[in-house]
Design a protein around this ligand. Structure first.
Ligand SMILES: Cc1cc2nc3c(=O)[nH]c(=O)nc-3n(C[C@H](O)[C@H](O)[C@H](O)COP(=O)(O)OP(=O)(O)OC[C@H]3O[C@@H](n4cnc5c(N)ncnc54)[C@H](O)[C@@H]3O)c2cc1C
Length: 432
């Protein structure tokens, strides 16, 4: 049987692509190696759903939400200090909402359900093991590990996540480079809903999102803490290269983050329910592969589309945005009878116009800036010391001036003027 499209992976990118194709009246089958969508997927815990407005009107009335995020804290951690920007917005707790904590088993199943309701087929417990090619070399389907194996299609959309085997087999991506991926390790800790609400100052459906820079035992990276209905998601995201060099285990780094004086009190009485770890393609724009080949498109983490810019870690919304664009481009190309790389070119054009590539292009320096040694160690300590000195009362001595405090802290941590200037300019250019 030949389909208009085979989508590999029923994560957010795959389900969005299948939904767009099915809505355009095209025959599409989604292949997922897990027993159900979301069963293999690991992430921190917050989804920004605005991208769903265009495909599932009033999605917030049906999405399997845990909590609506109304508090967002950004922490800069040293071993003994925490400087925190804590934002609370009641507007985020009302329609049309901003961020939500959701569990991937629920969310991915829900989104895949929409694709199936629109007419897509879903094959679970099925691994795509390779690409099929026609006599001219064009991709024309996938092999699977099922006895009745091959699935033929006019277009294949690879949404198989980070380290995509299909993108590599197609020659779009070289071997994964440890410099461009981070490792995320996460625990889910059970805690009663009322304790969460008391402890974090939240109402019954309200949630908190803490993103931390540092706090990862000297390995470049950061941590996170999110509130679910009756559990907490807590974890670290660290440079894979540095983790390997440090010879530490990811669970040791989580333990260190959980023991930090700014985090530990939040976790009191919570007990471990689940542990998971996964790679994140954090290299950003400059590490994305070509997005199309004859008969093939690549979307989501398979194309390195997670946005990891220190204060932002967003991948699900980018994967949905890219999946929708890939599905629409594939449907148009099939209708036009041209699924060559050129015929599928509207995919890249659509992404260039959307937040997916615009944000990635603008923030392309962010990954290396955020994970740089100076940002991770020197600047966090400088900031911690400045804040601590500023608020330490020195009576009977008078207060030192702010400039003097800044100068002293820069000298103490051996920050060179030209590095500070260069990093300041790069930061301003990146986040402008
Ligand atoms: C620790 C961590 C924290 C994160 N935190 C957040 C966060 O809070 N918010 C956020 O928005 N993003 C976060 N991300 C990023 C986010 O998880 C990803 O960007 C997002 O899941 C990408 O979606 P995707 O559909 O491209 O890939 P995935 O979600 O990885 O889905 C790929 C799917 O393909 C399937 N698959 C793979 N190979 C095959 C095959 N050969 N055959 C069949 N099926 C296959 C897999 O089983 C999987 O279901 C985080 C990631 C990690 C690891």
């Amino acid at each position: 049987m030949t389909f208009d499209a085979v989508v590999v992976g029923a994560g957010p990118a795959g389900s969005a692509a299948a939904l767009a194709l099915a809505r355009a009246g095209r025959s599409v089958v989604m292949v997922e190696r897990g027993p159900f969508p979301g069963s293999k997927n690991v992430y921190g815990g917050v989804v920004y759903g605005r991208i769903l407005d265009e495909v599932i009107p009033r999605w917030w009335e049906e999405v399997p939400v845990q909590r609506w995020v109304v508090r967002r804290s950004t922490m800069i951690l040293t071993d003994t200090q925490a400087v925190t920007l804590d934002l609370r917005s009641q507007a985020w707790g009302r329609e049309p909402y901003n961020g939500m904590t959701v569990l991937r088993a629920d969310f991915d199943s829900w989104l895949a359900g929409h694709a199936v309701d629109a007419g897509a087929r879903l094959l679970t417990s099925t691994v795509a093991t390779g690409l099929l090619r026609d006599a001219s070399g064009r991709v024309c389907g996938v092999r699977t590990d099922r006895p009745d194996g091959d699935l033929r299609a006019r277009v294949v959309i690879a949404c198989d996540g980070v380290n995509s085997f299909l993108a590599k087999e197609a020659g779009l991506m070289a071997r994964a480079d440890a410099a461009h991926v981070t490792l995320g390790a996460k625990e889910v800790l059970a805690l009663p809903a009322e304790v969460i609400e008391d402890r974090f100052g939240l109402g019954p459906h309200e949630g908190l999102d803490i993103e931390a820079v540092g706090g990862t035992s000297g390995v470049a990276g950061g941590g996170f803490l999110y509130t679910n209905r009756d559990s907490l998601s807590v974890g670290v995201v660290v440079s894979l290269e540095e983790l390997a060099a440090s010879r530490r285990r990811p669970e040791e780094l989580i333990a260190g983050f959980k023991a930090h004086p700014a985090i530990a009190p939040y976790l009191k009485g919570a007990f471990l329910k689940e542990y998971s770890a996964h790679l994140i393609p954090e290299g950003g724009y400059s590490t994305m592969p070509p997005l199309a080949a004859d008969g093939l498109l690549v979307a989501g983490d398979a194309a390195a589309m997670t946005l990891a810019a220190g204060i932002w870690l967003e991948g699900v919304n980018f994967a949905i945005g890219a999946g929708l664009a890939a599905g629409r481009a594939a449907a148009e190309a099939v209708a036009a009878g041209d699924v060559s790389t050129a015929g599928l070119g509207s995919y890249r054009q659509a992404l260039e116009r959307s937040f997916v590539l615009r944000d990635h292009k603008r923030l392309r320096l962010a990954p290396q800036l955020v994970l740089s040694d100076r940002m991770q160690t020197q600047y966090t300590k400088v900031l911690g010391d400045i804040a601590e000195e500023l608020f330490t009362v020195t009576n009977p001595e008078p207060k030192p001036g702010l400039l003097r405090i800044i100068w002293r802290s820069l000298r103490r941590h051996r920050v060179r003027g030209r590095d500070l200037l260069r990093d300041g300019l790069d930061t301003a250019r990146t986040f402008r």
